[in-house]
Write a protein that binds this ligand. Structure first.
Ligand code: PMV
Length: 315
């Protein structure tokens, strides 16, 4: 038997990093997906095949999972847990296909966890989106124990989502939010950037607390602007959010340049995700998409993204 599921990547519109300190983040699923194909196999094996490498192990203990490259651990964990939960005798082979560039802050690893959880579960019993999210977050934390779960939440449910330590909420928004995503081509490590911010916070406790309050207000204003589909205000707030991220040292010269160029023609722009590289997003509509793309194409790889409203899907 084979079960196929796909899940979208994401961008963070507001609140990255600050979300780890109680601020609400706003995320948007994008129309680039990862597909996971899971096959039930007769051998007592878990086999992972992906463009980033292959792994194979005999289901048994978490120690053995930890001997594999870190990015394989979530998938081995998902498959191992499913075999245990459903008391299956055989094994699972999982393959991935991705439209989301890895390591660029576009949520590729969370989308892979969500798609993997949905496809593996469907081999046995289809799970609810909440159950899939739970599996995905647990598996993601085998790779990065501090993951907030925000990326997996938006990948599971699609659309626009707010996320904080108090939970997640879907934002009703059916309009066609236009985003241009431009890649700095600088790889980053979310873990290192999170540690950098933690250090910034411990060296600047008062300032950081004030910045969290500021970010909180900015997110509230952004939610109001989204409800009114007020792109001018939304874009301005995105640019302000970029400034906040610069102040906590997670931007780079390349990201700042991309943002500055994008701001000349778009409604506003910011880095998205952990920073230190990865991508920027620029807010556009039909009036300024072509001009913004033209400018950014001269200095980066970029593409237009739309909201994905589906979230995780079994095929
Ligand atoms: O690099 P990304 O896109 O996975 O973004 C990480 C966002 C952080 O807020 C820095 C961490 C998190 O888990 O929310």
């Amino acid at each position: 038997m084979t079960a196929v599921a796909s899940a979208p990547g994401k961008v963070i519109l507001f609140g990255e990093h600050f979300v780890l300190y109680g601020v609400k983040a706003v995320l948007c699923a994008i129309d680039r997906r990862i597909t996971a194909r899971s096959h039930a196999i007769g051998e007592r094996l878990i086999r992972i095949k992906s463009s980033m490498g292959n792994a194979e192990f005999v289901p048994s203990s978490a120690d053995i999972i930890n001997a594999h490259p870190i990015f394989m651990r979530p998938f081995l964990t998902i498959a191992e847990q499913a075999l245990r939960e459903f008391g299956a005798d055989g094994g699972i082979e999982m393959e991935f296909e991705s439209e989301i560039p890895p390591g660029m802050g576009l949520g590729s690893s969370s989308a892979a966890c969500v798609a993997a959880a949905a496809s593996v579960a469907a081999l046995f019993r289809k799970k609810t989106k909440d159950e899939i999210l739970d599996m995905a977050i647990k598996s993601e934390r085998t790779m990065f124990e501090d993951a907030s779960g925000a990326d997996s939440a938006v990948s599971t449910f699609g659309g626009l989502v707010t996320f904080s330590s108090e939970g997640r909420e879907k934002i009703d928004y059916e309009d066609g939010l236009g985003l241009i995503i431009a890649n700095s081509n600088q790889a980053h490590s979310t873990r290192e950037l999170v540690l950098r911010v933690r250090e910034f916070r411990s060296n600047n406790e008062r300032l950081f607390a004030e910045m969290c309050d500021l970010e909180d207000r900015l997110v509230d204003e952004a939610l109001t602007a989204l409800r009114k589909n007020d792109l001018v205000t939304l874009g301005t707030l995105m640019s302000k959010n970029h400034e906040m991220l610069r102040r906590i040292n997670v931007s780079t010269d390349v990201l700042d340049k991309l943002v500055a160029e994008a701001c000349n023609t778009s409604y506003g722009a910011k880095l998205t995700g952990a920073g230190g590289g990865g991508c920027i997003i620029a807010l556009v509509d039909e009036s300024n998409t072509a001009r913004t793309l033209e400018t950014l194409k001269k200095i980066s790889d970029c593409f237009v993204a739309r909201i994905d409203l589906r979230g995780v899907c079994n095929e």
